[in-house]
Write a protein that binds this ligand. Sequence first.
Ligand SMILES: Cc1cc2nc3c(=O)[nH]c(=O)nc-3n(C[C@H](O)[C@H](O)[C@H](O)COP(=O)(O)O)c2cc1C
Length: 156
Amino acid sequence: MNVGIIIFSRTGNTLSVAEKVRDACLAQGHTAVIERISAENEDPNSKLPVRLKNAPDPVRFDAVIFGAPVQGFSLSPIVKAYLTQIPQITGKEVGCFVTQHFPKPWMGGKQAAKQMCSLCQSKGVVVAEIGIINWMNKSRKGQIDDVASMLSRIGG
Ligand SMILES: Cc1cc2nc3c(=O)[nH]c(=O)nc-3n(C[C@H](O)[C@H](O)[C@H](O)COP(=O)(O)O)c2cc1C
């Protein structure tokens, strides 16, 4: 299966998880690439509307894994803007993950994950698996390994 791992990462946490997910997908025999979302202004304190600079096309993949940071107890506005503007992706296998600083999923991760699921649903897909990584949790390494292994199995 041709897997696209489409992420936004400002300080590298989401990217480092994406690299583990990619390696797990490759180990399962899939092809897998990481593609990065970017915006003209990535300052999290900016009040300007998001203008995407790079918006990877999810349509050419059989399976897509979206990854995003949590921002302000919510999904990163850049990923929100990206998922809002992609075309319908009906028929694809889709998984998601979020990274957050705080140690517990209720500190923004669950909310962001829910938002990703409903944005994906609006694009015609039900998210098969979703993972939350809590950067300050002492089990972070195990969380990353579990999420990578779970997401590498989407689509069988
Ligand atoms: C403006 C801003 C708001 C944030 N809000 C939250 C939050 O509500 N909950 C949380 O756990 N982490 C929060 N974080 C931390 C990031 O979600 C976390 O560091 C994430 O892993 C960063 O991913 P990245 O390195 O891929 O950019 C926030 C970070 C920024 C910059």
